[in-house]
Design a binder for this molecule. Structure first.
Ligand code: NI
Length: 354
């Protein structure tokens, strides 16, 4: 046996070597691929992990924001709830107050109803009393005077009239009239006459005219013929007891008259005296206002309406008399004015001016 390798042996060796190399190469390649795969997997895993973490962080952030939002929402809903409570409380208070007001209104309504019923009762009683009066009785039939107006012809005349008095201010007015030689007309109320008898006497004595303004200042339009006769007649009697004769002119309370009143005036032999200038003195109670109304309205023949119940009116009247006399007016009584401007005076007729 020889140790020398044969050709076959060498060839075998070569093939063996080539085979080992190829194996090694494949092994190397496989190893490389494995390493590459590992590296790629690792890289992928790391990236995946980092991504996951990033997303987790983002999610955490969003969760925080959501939590904060939720907190804000909770707070707002608490506020809304508390405001709602306040509103509910206010609404219930309002409801309470409304119900109280409703209660009071109903009480007022009941009282109003009672008052209305009482008014109705009074009206009924008045009309019963009125219907029980004897009819066709005219008390206080006046004698209308003849007035010599020679001295007044062609003059500018004005008649100041004072209603509803006398009062505590009337004597001041009488003093001023006397001092200025001016005359006026006083439509007095019978129910006041006894308390101011001396002033009424003084009016007559100083050349003024006392007219009849009814006993109780009732609206004559609501009375029957007998009622008008009683209301005016009582006052006429009262005045006669003070000045010695019946008043011969009348003015209706509130200026209210109807055919019944005119019939009475005719039967009682009196004209009804209204006015052409209203000073609205009872309304404004202002001297300046009375003067303004009077100066604007007065012209030759005017009958001026005032009330000697107010100190403002008396003060205004005194200044007005000075003003009118400066303007050339003569201040006369209503009968003088009618006689001078109208001539014959008709009984039962209504006069607004001369
Ligand atoms: Ni009056």
């Amino acid at each position: 046996m020889s140790n020398t390798p044969t050709v076959l042996d060498r060839t075998e060796n070569k093939e063996l070597t080539r085979g080992r190399r190829a194996k090694r190469v494949w092994f190397a390649i496989l190893a490389c691929v494995a390493v590459l795969a590992l590296v790629a997997s690792a890289t992928f895993a790391v990236n995946f992990y980092l991504n996951l973490q990033e997303q987790q962080r983002l999610l955490n952030g969003q969760a925080d924001s959501l939590a904060a939002l939720q907190q804000t929402l909770n707070e707002q809903s608490e506020q809304i709830a508390s405001q709602q409570e306040q509103l509910d409380a206010q609404e219930s208070k309002l409801a309470e107050q409304e119900s109280k007001i409703a209660e009071q209104e109903s009480v007022i309504q009941q009282q109003q109803d009672t008052i209305n019923k009482q008014k109705d009762t009074i009206k009924n009683q008045e009309s019963t009393i009125d219907s029980l009066r004897p009819t066709e009785v005219v008390k206080g039939v006046a004698t209308y005077p003849d007035i010599d107006v020679t001295r007044l012809k062609g003059k500018k005349l004005v008649a100041l009239t004072f209603d509803d008095g006398p009062s505590t201010y009337t004597s001041k007015l009488l003093d001023a009239l006397k001092k200025r030689g001016a005359k006026a007309t006083f439509f007095v109320v019978g129910s006041r006459a006894n308390s101011y008898a001396s002033l009424i006497k003084r009016m007559e004595a100083e050349g003024h005219v006392v007219g009849n303004h009814s006993q109780n200042h009732k609206n004559l339009n609501y009375l029957s013929a007998a009622g008008v006769a009683a209301e005016m007649g009582d006052s006429a009697e009262r005045i006669k007891s003070i000045i010695g004769h019946y008043p011969y002119i009348m003015r209706c309370p509130g200026g209210n008259y109807n055919q019944t009143v005119k019939n009475y005036a005719k039967a009682a032999n009196m004209p009804i005296i209204q006015w052409s200038v209203d000073t609205a003195d009872w309304k404004y109670r202002s001297k300046a206002s009375v003067l303004s109304y009077a100066k604007r309205g007065i012209k030759d023949g005017s009958i001026v309406l005032m009330h000697d119940l107010y100190s403002t009116t008396v003060d205004a009247a005194i200044e007005l008399i000075d003003y009118l006399q400066d303007q050339g007016y003569t201040l006369v009584t209503v009968p003088e004015l009618l006689a001078a401007k109208c001539g014959t005076v008709e009984m039962g007729k209504v006069y607004f001016h001369g």
